[in-house]
Ligand binder design. Structure first.
Ligand code: CMC
Length: 388
């Protein structure tokens, strides 16, 4: 073995080639399969973007209809899988509930587990796309103590998910088109982001030839971390703490700059973007529109905007090229839609799913399945002897 390069955090190591997503961090550019995120957010749908990411091309009208009906037809969960939900404590965080249920899918679908059989990969793909919203809605219902609703396949993926969360058996459910449209756009913005922590996790687990359900379940767990997908929940917690403490946003920023108790401005900074995150720009526009319509929490939105205004002018943030990332304003929108904070990262997972699937399939299809196995720099004892 030759010399080993030390690169903790993979600051400078590419571990794959990929044709899925392009990011230029210096310029703040994001494209899926070559299409700018701004155009997809404005003109496409989450279902179409999922197809684009997974299959590489935009679908024809007929392909989209087939994909739509396939994902609608598989929304039901196995009845026995439903028992899982009653085993968790009432206040369980929905992210570990989600990853457990996704992991359990491997036990119900033995016909979908071979990573090298295209028909099986196809089955695990549409099962995941169709069932993740149902699992997420069940986790939500569990946390609020309401009955779980069977999906209604006359609705599309986003509408069905909203009904699964906010509908009750006793009353017909009316989808609010503004909320459905905004959620669809947010899911598009989260759909892929090249080799981020959860996607790299999905690839690493898949490189051991683990099936797609097992790999995606690992991705959900990685996303749960506050430095990654958990940041959207952490942002709202931070805004509420600032509000409750009567602290001025400017005072909070002084604490961040002094690194008091390791406080960070959550929703700011990114490993790759050293410019305004293009997704955050779109989210900010959505927040402006939607909070006006739905009557969001103006005070928290105001605090967030003041934090951003300070950061964009302040040397600490300017020198380190710290800008709002996708998580900074999303929580305020989710809150206005009626989601509790615990659900925010679940919404991120729903969005990121097609990216995880696309990247896992790309790895398998490329035959690029050399097992991921980093090296190390050993810092422990040299040989020593067990006392005789
Ligand atoms: N607030 C205050 N200081 C920060 C922040 C922040 N949010 N982010 C980075 N810094 C400082 C950091 O202290 C360091 O300064 P110094 O050189 O003086 O020690 C410098 O900026 C570089 O930071 P880093 O931690 O080395 O950068 P990284 O690329 O390892 O971390 C990050 C990227 C996203 C984990 C980090 O910026 C962070 O913790 N942000 C807050 C959490 C967050 O919003 N995460 C969501 C990321 S985007 C979507 C997603 O992936 O889920």
């Amino acid at each position: 073995t030759g010399a080993v390069t030390y690169d903790p955090g993979f600051m400078n190591t590419a571990n794959t080639k990929s044709a899925v997503t392009y990011i230029d961090g210096a310029e703040g550019i994001l494209r899926y399969r070559g299409y700018p995120i701004e155009q997809l957010a404005e003109k496409s749908s989450f279902l179409e973007v999922s197809y684009l990411l997974i299959y590489g091309e935009l679908p024809t009208q007929q392909q989209l209809e087939e994909f739509d009906s396939l994902t609608r037809r598989h929304t039901l969960l196995h009845e026995e899988l439903k028992n899982f939900f009653s085993g968790f404590p009432r206040d369980a965080h929905p992210m570990p509930v989600l990853s457990s249920a996704v992991s359990a899918l491997s036990t119900y679908y033995p016909d979908s587990l071979d990573p090298f059989d295209p028909a099986q990969v196809e089955r695990s793909t549409y099962r995941l796309l169709a069932k993740l919203p149902t699992i997420a809605a069940y986790a939500f219902k569990k946390s609020v103590g309401q009955p779980m609703l069977y999906p209604d396949n006359s609705l599309n993926l986003v509408e069905n998910f909203l009904r699964g969360c906010f509908g009750v058996p006793a009353e017909p459910f009316e989808v609010d088109p503004d909320i459905a449209k905004a959620l669809d756009i947010l899911l598009i913005l989260h759909a892929d982001h090249e080799q981020n922590c959860s996607t790299s996790t999905v690839r690493l687990v898949g490189s051991a030839q683990a099936n797609l359900f097992a790999s995606v379940s690992a991705g959900v767990n990685a996303l749960y971390g506050p430095a990654h997908g958990g940041a959207n929940e952490a942002v709202l917690k931070m805004l509420r703490e600032i509000q409750a403490s009567d602290m001025k946003p400017e005072e909070f920023m002084t604490k961040v700059k002094n690194k008091e108790a390791g406080i960070r401005l959550m929703g700011f900074g990114h490993r790759v973007y050293k410019n305004y995150d293009p997704r955050a720009r779109i989210v900010k526009g959505l927040a402006d529109d939607l909070l006006a319509k739905l009557g969001g929490d103006d005070e928290l939105f105001d605090i967030a905007q003041r934090l951003e205004a300070v950061a964009l002018e302040d040397d600490y943030f300017v020198e380190r090229k710290l800008y709002p990332n996708v998580d900074f304003y999303t929580g305020l929108i989710y809150k206005a839609m009626g989601f509790p904070e615990k659900m925010f990262t679940v919404l991120f997972a729903l969005g990121r799913l097609p990216g995880w699937i696309a990247q896992w399939r790309e790895m398998m299809e490329d035959g690029n399945t050399k097992i991921g196995r980093p090296r190390q720099i050993y810092t422990g004892y040299s040989e020593r002897h067990y006392p005789s």
